[in-house]
Design a protein around this ligand. Structure first.
Ligand SMILES: *Cc1c(COP(=O)(O)O)cnc(C)c1O
Length: 397
């Protein structure tokens, strides 16, 4: 029998099927809907928008494609500026480059680790003085935690700048009782393999504006005019989700709520076992928000624990456990080296500090309790704590 300890690798986040995906795929085969359109696509759009409480959605080949179409619908073009959270995955900002526009990166704040309203306000003020307001603000809800949407929306409304909510990591989370992703003019979700639910690859663009989503659907299928022959007056994309993959999405959506609770249990177990360790703290959850805890993230203080983030990643890898540093802020990426950046406070960059101390722990919902405990004990024994009352190993009670 294989034991959990050394043979089986523990991953950061791996796909976790419900078992019903096959049923929807079979329906597609049975009716020969093996196309980038079809009943599963329509149903997946209806079911997901109903779940989050949005009126319209278009299923796409990726979350990145959804951001790209949102920018395109907002008329973002060469020479425009778009503000974006700096503390995120590169996919949030790449579409700004696709449109030939210039990104401006906004720092995080400590309560949510997401976009700092204070830094955003500064950036908007400067943009107004230069008479060049951004065409859009892309707000990211990292690791499932919603950003301070009220503050951010108030500012964006004041300056009349539309918001795109990158909820790729926060499907199933809420802010003041309302689904993450439904706050901006546009919201986007991702169903990439590592996300809370997956279609192996896919995304969705949602909005309450029917005409905008209709246009997105048109653009995502090569912008084909209504004519018997193939006629095109606009540049389009091949961004539609296939009917097979939408079938996977429907099976996954059935267990989304369950996955959220499982993810939260994993986070709670880590927090319970590790938050007492000197030098370790966990990602906060803002009051009146409910995080899907897509990934369990903690920070370690090297001065107290004697171990850096990279040191801990290596110590875990030696036990066949996958862990990763948090996203490297985009303003620190070589790709964006000359891009403007607004820190939370002058001389105080929250995202840079988080990058130095943050680590993502294995958070797959198919992990056993025993595997989670193996992760916890590996962390405890890797740290060099000068405290005789601190005992490393824990057992399942
Ligand atoms: C995964 C992710 C995306 C992109 O989604 P894809 O479906 O992989 O294109 C965008 N933003 C964030 C924050 C993500 O984590």
């Amino acid at each position: 029998m294989q034991t959990h300890t050394d043979k089986k690798r523990i991953y950061l986040a791996s796909p976790h099927m419900s078992g019903n995906e096959q049923k929807y795929i079979e329906q597609a085969f049975h009716t020969n809907w093996i196309a980038p359109l079809g009943p599963n696509v329509d149903a997946f759009e209806t079911e997901l928008t109903a779940y989050v409480g949005a009126s319209e959605g278009v299923a796409l080949s990726s979350g990145t494609a959804a951001i790209h179409l949102a920018l395109s619908l907002l008329g973002v073009k060469k020479g425009d500026t778009v503000f974006c959270s700096t503390f995120t995955f590169v996919a949030s900002a790449n579409p700004i480059l696709y449109q030939g526009a210039d990104p401006v990166f906004i720092d995080s704040e400590p309560d949510t680790w997401n976009m700092s309203p204070q830094a955003l306000e500064k950036a908007l003020k400067v943009a107004k003085l230069k008479r060049k307001l951004p065409k859009a603000v892309i707000v990211v809800n990292l690791y499932g935690q919603s950003a301070k949407m009220d503050e951010i929306l108030n500012l964006c409304n004041e300056y009349c700048v539309p918001v795109i909510e990158d909820a790729a990591e926060s499907l199933g989370s809420t802010y003041k009782g309302k689904a993450s992703g439904t706050f901006g003019k546009f919201g986007i979700y991702s169903f990439n393999g590592n996300k809370i639910i997956t279609t192996s690859g896919g995304g969705m663009l949602i909005s309450n504006e029917k005409e905008a989503i209709k246009k997105a659907r048109f653009l995502s299928t090569q912008a084909r005019d209504e004519a018997v022959h193939y006629q095109h007056s606009e540049m389009g994309y091949n961004y539609r989700m296939s009917n097979i993959l939408a079938g996977v999405g429907r099976g996954q959506l059935e267990v989304l709520q369950q996955r959220v609770f499982e993810k939260r249990d994993i986070f709670d177990f880590y927090e319970e076992e590790l938050s007492e360790v000197p030098g370790i703290s966990f990602m906060p959850e803002l009051e009146e928000t409910f995080s899907n805890r897509w990934l369990s993230v903690m920070t370690i203080d090297e001065k107290i624990t004697g171990l850096s983030v990279n040191g801990l990643v290596i110590a875990l890898a030696e036990k066949n456990i996958e862990a990763r540093p948090v996203w490297k802020p985009l303003h620190l990426q070589p790709l964006f080296k000359d891009v403007a950046y607004f820190p939370h406070e002058k001389g105080h960059s929250v995202s840079e500090k988080l990058f130095k101390t943050g680590i993502c722990l294995p958070s797959g919902t198919n992990m056993t309790k025993k595997e989670q405990l193996h992760v916890i004990n590996t962390i405890k024994s890797a740290l060099i704590i000068n405290d005789p009352s601190f005992s490393p190993a824990s057992e399942i009670r």
